[in-house]
Design a protein around this ligand. Structure first.
Ligand code: FES
Length: 106
């Protein structure tokens, strides 16, 4: 199996259940964009814009936050304890069933 299911709640509260490939080196921000969800990804996934910020709703173990992500989230708006940058989360089989919510646009 190379696709996993991810539930993404958009800013209107609508939940989108999407399939994401684990074998295409995609990250969560790119998956959102691929499904035309309103995620800008302005910096192209460099952890430099926070437009891909999302809240992690399920209790999946995610890759640890790198320094760049940590610093960016320290400056971003609407940051919560469960905030992550989607572009810093690679799509892996372990993330099957992940549930996230898009953070408000800043
Ligand atoms: S796309 Fe810019 S921080 Fe993720």
């Amino acid at each position: 199996m190379s696709d996993i299911t991810i539930k993404i709640k958009d800013r209107e509260g609508v939940v989108h259940e999407v399939l994401a490939p684990t074998d295409m080196a995609m990250n969560l921000m790119e998956v959102c964009k691929a499904y035309e969800l309103p995620v800008e990804g302005t910096c192209g996934g460099m952890a430099m814009c926070a437009s891909c910020q999302c809240y992690v709703l399920s209790d999946h173990t995610l890759p640890e936050m790198g320094q760049d992500e940590d610093l960016m989230l320290a400056e971003a708006f609407y940051v919560e304890d469960n905030s992550r940058l989607g572009c810093q989360i690679p799509i892996t089989p372990e993330l099957d069933g992940l549930e996230i919510e898009l953070a408000p646009e800043s």
